[in-house]
Design a protein around this ligand. Sequence first.
Ligand SMILES: Cc1cc2nc3c(=O)[nH]c(=O)nc-3n(C[C@H](O)[C@H](O)[C@H](O)COP(=O)(O)O)c2cc1C
Length: 175
Amino acid sequence: MANILIIYSTTDGHTIEICQEIQSILETQANIVELISIDNASDVDLAKYDKLVIGASIRYGKHNKSVLDFINRQQEILENMPSAFFSVNVVARKANKDRPDNNPYMKKFLQQVLWKPAELEVFAGKIDYQKYRFFDRQMIRLIMYITKGPTDPKSVNDFTNWEQVRNFAGVINKM
Ligand SMILES: Cc1cc2nc3c(=O)[nH]c(=O)nc-3n(C[C@H](O)[C@H](O)[C@H](O)COP(=O)(O)O)c2cc1C
């Protein structure tokens, strides 16, 4: 049994859903799991927890800067506790970009921080066109058109492999 903190960075809520799935699996394995937004993470006492997980989505090629700032500020304590990081992006729906060692955003992330999480994962995200503002919707449709993805502006496309999410919860449990 462990006290586990999961910190999420999300814009449209999909990363929270992934975190909640991980949380529910970890809770069935007798862990105590707390979920908080990166926006509320700065005052948290990380020493209270046995393990830390950070999950962040990509928007226009970047993880939220507050995630990188938090990691760099907490570098020392992060190095000394079992920790994991996962990235959520739609590039990861492609077979050759779906792992930590071949996903461009994960590779860039690892160059931006000194932190070396014990476990890394990449999840394909979700495109729910109706949720987006006009400009974002058109931009994503264009990117999807170029990368041979769905462009129907009414469509909801969940690319996440939920079995992979549940497996990652198992990895965190053993970490
Ligand atoms: C405005 C916008 C920009 C995005 N930019 C990228 C991108 O540059 N690369 C990518 O792989 N995915 C991109 N995505 C896809 C998101 O990473 C995906 O929708 C993810 O599930 C969002 O998670 P969230 O709801 O937790 O923020 C973008 C999505 C939106 C709406």
